[in-house]
Design a protein around this ligand. Structure first.
Ligand code: SAM
Ligand code: SF4
Length: 340
């Protein structure tokens, strides 16, 4: 059995599977305020197809971790069936979910019972007005109750993903971090990437990892986390109180734009319409849907997947100079349609 190896010597073992492109929020850095054509239901992988793809990935391609995402994965009515189906085949595999937390309160117990082992909830602010501005929906309390329910269901750690937007929540990094310490969540900041549907991202305008570290350092002391980073995208820091030196917790910073980690990338992605994307910023995709539906064998699907990953670009998409630099062209699909 050969795994998902690329021509630059990396092996992908971490699958991000998007289950839907629809979402019940409209975050500025991801979706437009209105519009965006949804995939047709028939063009989306059905539950049994998602389970089959996950099984092929684990059994034939060496994947050992699967994260379900979207769009908003909780919008899919059969999410529990998908997680339960994959878990029944591969109880040894870590199954996680990236969600905006809306409706999590209602679904968390069934998800955990089905085999969900970890969760990341996206939350950029704890201020209701800022939340409404970023997501264009007034639903902060739903996210907070979802987080609370995840904790009550025993998931640990509960990670929070936050994106900072210039002029909106760029001054809230420390407040958000203090809040996560109080509630026992693990915060990770993600640099805003050029994956918004509006295509309004500008490198000069984004909040950088260095800026985030500087802002937090005005209140807390940051020191490198003792654990090896390996292929983890987040650089982790211990956060301590500068007067008592007491370690209060950790913070992660994912500097995809200013300090990219492409050389250590272990990810393979599949969209909700069964297209393999070897990189978030790819301009090419490999379709598996036809193979899934024309009677092709699992081995044939695995071969097509290997081929797609062999051509994974060395670094972000097609450019040598970096995101937003000369030569960079933003992918046609925005983040909600790729799956973050
Ligand atoms: N709807 C779910 C959510 O928001 O968690 C899952 C899908 S969302 C596309 C996955 C992650 O991508 C979220 O943490 C979100 O903050 C992040 N994201 C979306 N657009 C982004 C962008 N342009 N730059 C950086 N992160 C982004
Ligand atoms: Fe929806 Fe997640 Fe995109 Fe926000 S980041 S619009 S919650 S898919």
């Amino acid at each position: 059995m050969s795994g998902l190896i690329d021509q630059f010597g990396r092996t992908a073992t971490d699958l991000r599977m998007s289950l839907i492109d629809k979402c019940n929020l409209r975050c500025q850095y991801c979706m437009p305020a209105e519009g965006l054509d949804w995939m047709k239901k028939d063009d989306m992988i059905a539950a049994h197809e998602a389970i089959r793809l996950a099984d092929i990935a684990v059994r034939l391609l060496g994947v050992d971790e699967i994260r379900f995402t979207g769009g908003e994965p909780l919008v899919r009515a059969d999410l529990v069936d998908i997680i339960g189906g994959v878990h029944a085949l591969h109880p040894e595999v870590d199954l996680s979910l990236t969600t905006n937390g809306i409706n999590l309160e209602r679904k968390i117990d069934a998800l955990v019972e089905a085999g969900l082992s970890r969760i990341n909830v996206s939350l950029d602010t704890v201020c209701p007005e800022t939340f409404a501005k970023i997501t264009r929906r007034d639903r902060l309390t739903k996210v907070l109750s979802g987080l609370h329910a995840a904790k009550a269901a025993g998931l640990d750690p509960i990670k929070i993903n936050a994106v900072l937007l210039r002029g909106i929540n760029d001054q809230e990094a420390t407040e958000l971090l203090t809040w996560t310490f109080k509630h026992g969540y693990k915060l990770r900041f993600i640099e805003q990437m050029p994956l918004d549907a509006d295509q309004s991202w500008k490198r000069a305008n984004m909040v950088t990892a260095a800026e985030i570290r500087d802002q937090i350092s005005q209140t807390y002391t940051l020191s490198p986390h003792e654990e090896e980073r390996g292929s983890a995208p987040a650089e982790r820091f211990n956060v301590s109180d500068p007067t008592t030196n007491e370690v209060l917790g950790t913070v992660g910073i994912i500097a995809s734009v200013t300090e990219p980690f492409c050389a250590d990338c272990t990810r393979t992605r599949i969209t909700a319409d069964a297209k393999i994307r070897s990189c978030l910023f790819s301009h090419t995709e490999t379709d598996l849907m036809d193979l899934l539906r024309d009677g092709s064998s699992d081995e044939a699907i695995a071969d097509a997947w290997r081929q797609a990953m062999w051509h994974k670009p060395k670094a972000h998409g097609q450019t040598k100079t970096g995101l937003g630099m000369p030569g960079f062209v933003q992918p046609e699909r925005s983040m909600s349609a790729i799956g973050g």
